[in-house]
Design a protein around this ligand. Structure first.
Ligand code: 5AD
Ligand code: SF4
Length: 485
């Protein structure tokens, strides 16, 4: 398990609540989230919709009138975890028969009525594009009707809904810029659960970022399944863009321009983004990153496999050489840029040679960190329909272990090279391990820990690194004159 996995693990299933007042006349809602950042961001939209309707938020599910579980379907074990959780919540119904349980997100979309009608684990099923309908679905339950909405939309972006910031540190926040995915990677269930790709109006993105900055937030992460394909030309699906006149096309906003618009809000507002796609990441994006110091020097660029044969089967749209050329462009245009990846071990027909190509690509790039997974076959995907999941569990496990071992080696090596250097750090809060220490991140997205002194969350400080682990840099705050001396 890598460091980011640990962070996500710690947040998985964590109760989410905000601190602002709500009338709560309709009762209390408990919201729990699993999976990717997008799901956590969606839960903030759900919280906003439910508050508007008259619910207050609670962090104690025993105290809730409505329990909503925002789910992930990306791998089988993610679904197993959620199923167990739903069983626990169902137990509560024995004591409190009126409590309403709803399943949201990707698993709701994938399984549709199954959890409601066959397994009878929930009262409400709402897919990722159906959250505006939630208050109505709750009403349907009270009328004794089946409450399900899994309709996927071509244009829903929830753009004017102001998210309620949940489990917030008051410093960093997510802003969704695109929803859905048109890529159809053969292993991935997301295009089926989150539907067609659509981009959000840049005006509403800028408004949200400005508002966050005014409230004291100092970092926004622009979220999308593939941020590089962000394209705004007045709404609608991407394929319709081709039918526009050249003049109209010229007025469109692409990712590099959007990022520039956000960067110009204030030099003290940091910008991050996730996820980039190697086939779509342009040099223009890299030059924009290099131009604005407040756009963080960090790119999450999943490669999935180091073998061109496997990449073709995965329908990723690039080869090993193309990917290496993108990494070279990053290194040239943004020297010292932090880079992380997603890697899948044991995809259909992956040979030992293919696996060695993954390891050799890792060795060539030297990632700061990675998210590493065993391939998990997902129903309906192209891989499930066309290929055989033929790598044994034993080989998948061993290959994943080799990948993790190599990643840990690189993470430690990269951090050791940072000893003695000074980084600008945005403080996010008190370190989990010690009240006497604060933590934040440098531009490259590495966690930095240092003695507390009189600093607080939201401050920018310069930290000189003196020690490290594979996941953390440890140091002390220095002033700029000391650095220059
Ligand atoms: N099995 C294993 N990992 C997967 N991912 C997506 N689908 C699967 C799957 N079926 C991984 C990819 C992706 C990340 C979000 O999850 O690496 O980039
Ligand atoms: Fe899934 Fe590929 Fe889309 Fe990522 S880009 S969400 S891996 S289909």
């Amino acid at each position: 398990m890598n460091n980011k996995d640990l962070i996500i693990e710690a947040r998985q299933g964590e109760a989410l609540a905000d601190t602002t007042d709500a009338t709560g006349e309709l009762g209390k809602v408990y919201i729990e989230s699993y999976g990717c950042q997008m799901n956590f961001s969606d839960s903030e939209i759900v919280a906003s919709i439910m508050k508007q309707k008259g619910y207050s938020l609670t962090t104690d599910y025993n105290d809730a009138d409505l329990i909503l579980v925002n789910t992930c379907a990306i791998r089988d074990n993610a679904e197993k975890k959620v199923r167990n959780r739903l069983k626990t919540y169902n137990g509560i119904k024995k004591r409190k028969p009126d409590v309403v349980i709803g399943v949201l997100g990707c698993m709701a979309e994938r399984l549709k009525s199954t959890l409601l009608e066959e397994e009878k684990l929930v009262d409400i099923v709402a897919g990722p594009d159906a959250y505006r309908d939630l208050p109505n679905l709750v009403d349907q339950v009270s009328e004794g009707k089946k409450a399900i909405n899994v309709i996927l939309s071509k244009d829903e972006t929830y753009e004017e809904i102001e998210p309620v910031r949940l489990a917030s540190n008051g410093v960093t926040a997510f802003i969704t810029i695109t929803r859905g995915c048109d890529n159809m990677c053969s292993f991935c269930v997301v295009p089926f659960t989150r539907g067609r790709e659509r981009s959000r109006n840049p005006e509403s993105i800028i408004r949200e970022a400005k508002d966050l900055f005014a409230k004291g937030y100092r970092e926004v992460t622009l979220l999308g399944q593939n941020v590089d394909s962000y394209l705004w030309y007045g709404g609608g699906l991407k394929k319709e863009f081709a039918n526009l006149s050249e003049e109209e096309q010229g007025k469109s906003v692409r990712f590099a321009q959007l990022m520039e618009m956000v960067a110009k809000i204030d030099p003290l507002l940091r910008i991050r983004f996730s996820t980039s796609h190697p086939k779509d990441m342009t040099d223009e994006v890299l030059y924009t990153m290099a131009k604005y110091p407040n756009i963080c020097n960090y790119i999450h660029l999943p490669f999935q496999s180091g073998s061109t044969t496997i990449l073709e089967k995965m329908n990723r749209g690039y080869s090993r050489d193309w990917y290496k050329a993108r990494i070279s462009a990053i290194r040239e245009i943004i020297p010292g840029c932090g880079i992380s990846a997603d890697i899948i071990a044991g995809f259909c027909s992956e040979t030992e040679e293919d696996h060695l190509e993954t390891l050799s690509l890792m060795d060539w790039v030297q990632y700061d960190f990675s998210y590493m997974f065993k391939y998990s076959e997902r129903p309906k995907t192209m891989a499930e329909r066309k290929f055989t999941d033929d790598v044994s569990e034993e080989d998948k496990t061993r290959r994943l272990e080799e990948i993790i071992k190599m990643q840990n080696k690189h993470s430690l090596l990269i951090n050791k090279e940072r000893i003695g250097k000074t980084y600008e750090v945005l403080i996010e809060g008190v370190s989990k391990r010690s009240e006497e220490h604060l933590f934040g991140r440098n531009s490259q997205n590495t966690v930095v820990v240092f003695p507390r002194q009189n600093f607080s969350a939201g401050d920018y400080v310069h930290v000189k690194v003196s020690e490290c682990t594979s996941a953390t840099l440890i140091g002390r705050v220095v002033d700029l004159e000391e650095i220059e001396a």
